[in-house]
Design a binder for this molecule. Sequence first.
Ligand SMILES: Cc1cc2nc3c(=O)[nH]c(=O)nc-3n(C[C@H](O)[C@H](O)[C@H](O)COP(=O)(O)OP(=O)(O)OC[C@H]3O[C@@H](n4cnc5c(N)ncnc54)[C@H](O)[C@@H]3O)c2cc1C
Length: 638
Amino acid sequence: MRRHEVEAYTRGFVRERINMPAIRLDPATGRKLFDTRAAKSTDRITGKGYSIVTDERLTALPELPPGAVFNAEEQAKYREFKEIRRGAADYMAMEGEFAKYLEDVYSAPPIPREALTDECDVLVIGAGFAGLLLWHKLQSAGFSDVRFCEKGGDVGGTWYWNRYPGIACDVEAYSYLPLLEEMGYIPSMKFASGFEILEYCQRMAEKFGFYEHCLFHTTVEKTEWDESAGRWTVSTNRGDRVRARFVILANGILTSPKLARIDGMERFRGDAFHTSRWNYNIDLTGKTVGIIGTGATAVQVIPEIAKIVKELFVFQRTPSSIDVRDQRATTQEEYNTWPNERGWARARRARFSKISAGRTAIKANDDYLAGKVPDFKERKQHERELSMEELLDKQLDSNFRIMEQIRARVDAIVKDPKTAAALKPYYPYGCKRPTFHDEFLPTFNLPHVHLVDTAPMGVRQIDERGVVHDGVEYPLDVLIYATGFQWMATSTFNMIAGRDGRTLKEKWESEGTKTFLGLHSHGFPNLFIVSGPQGGGGSFNFTDAIDAHADYIVWMLETMRDRGVRVVDIHRQPEIEYAEHCRKVDIASAPLRDCLSYYNGHGDAEPGSLAYYGGNRWHKYRIEAQRTLAPYVFGDRS
Ligand SMILES: Cc1cc2nc3c(=O)[nH]c(=O)nc-3n(C[C@H](O)[C@H](O)[C@H](O)COP(=O)(O)OP(=O)(O)OC[C@H]3O[C@@H](n4cnc5c(N)ncnc54)[C@H](O)[C@@H]3O)c2cc1C
């Protein structure tokens, strides 16, 4: 956005702020309170998520093709699909001239404020779901000297940064949005739009007094442990050097956008942006637009922008699985009954988490989730307990059948056979992030929408006018990078130096990722990592992991308060054992993820170094640790 536009838009807002300093003292506690929330950069940022589609041919999967068996021939096809793409994923950091793709386009410039060189009890990095939930729980447990640093200009995290047309959650909103009962809120749609979720985050922040505790437009750059003081020193891009007894990394799993490395990107003369910084000042109406990528974001974006652009070129390397969405509005009955059912949202989320098979979990059976029927499927009785291998084979077979239906759906909807063939994915269901849409496939029947199949290596060249593929130039007015995010790169979000000055990145690079429960790492006392590597991510609903992690952190702080100790670290051995456990479950369940995707570092991640696939065993480790306290080294009685 042009500077003068920002200034014009925010003039009114600034006038309102004149007598409101960015930092003031709370007369009751003497602590600093903040007012650093930025104004919205432009009113053009609005949108919707999934539409309700009434055509039943689009909202149901076709019958399973007869004779669908995951036999040797099909397995070979899957392997080939994967192998020809190996090495194609080549991403680069958004630095230098590409740093412009990271700019915050959603908010007015940062509120000026002095740099802070003071102290707080708990410093949390990030103001997404995790930050908001932590604040609610910490405050309820009596921890009020809590400060948040957030890179963006407002709360929301994922839902602040991602505001592309068509954005919505893929886990049903009734189970995904935190604190629904505490807020007295019921989402308007089963799969709420990202715009509704962002507004909900802002409501949470307002209701729970979060804004006064958060420094927005403040990026933590360095977090260093001071052994003699028993505190962290946290340095930010605003010149702050804040000392905190505890630091909580709530900086998310899909926070850092990435760009594919493509020859000539810097030469493109049209407008370009990444989907996680959607530029609403660029009007796409009547333009020729190209989009690189067909992952979960692109699947939501494409049907929406196809409605307004003149010509749309979709550059695809690997097709996504496009499952049915079957969006619906919240019913009147739900609006009427839920507020009277104490614990409805928590119970629903708990039921949701019991559904383990990918597709069932995400489509989610409403009667079961509402507690009207005892189970979501008929259970088969086996004569004996099945081995891990047998269970895996059954899951692979079932995944194959889902994928056969997903492929049959492409044929049933997409008219051009060449386009349909290119849109069919060959990998186990859930291996790449599953996607859901009832308008995506029909979009390719529109005469102005063109799929450019760039398999297996993806787009390799861009020039001043547009994308070049297979010797054909596609001139574009606007180029959109839907190239996704770094996954679980917690150790690299800011430089975290623990005991002996060694950084978390150095530790994990030399020893492999080592944590206890994904939450602690030996040598980094009083540091907690929310939903980082080994901590979660094997579950469909991230709010589950965030909720469990926040509860654990509050429990630890209460335990320390009760015992009168000020420092907690983890013994070395428990994290070695836990990392080995993560490695084993990752290897054992790897056939379910036998494709190249960000979940497995595009095939390069060490087993056990990213998401955790151990399900309830995480809770077993946690409960045992909380019972015995054996893994912890407590120090420095106050
Ligand atoms: C488009 C999209 C759709 C998704 N849909 C679903 C879904 O349907 N279901 C589901 O379970 N999950 C979904 N996810 C995953 C989603 O990220 C999590 O569900 C959840 O929102 C994460 O919350 P969080 O607070 O942990 O992290 P985030 O929401 O990522 O928030 C982290 C915050 O930390 C800030 N930050 C990072 N580094 C720094 C730093 N150094 N200094 C200061 N601030 C920093 C970031 O700016 C960000 O605001 C989706 C993700 C994306 C990208």
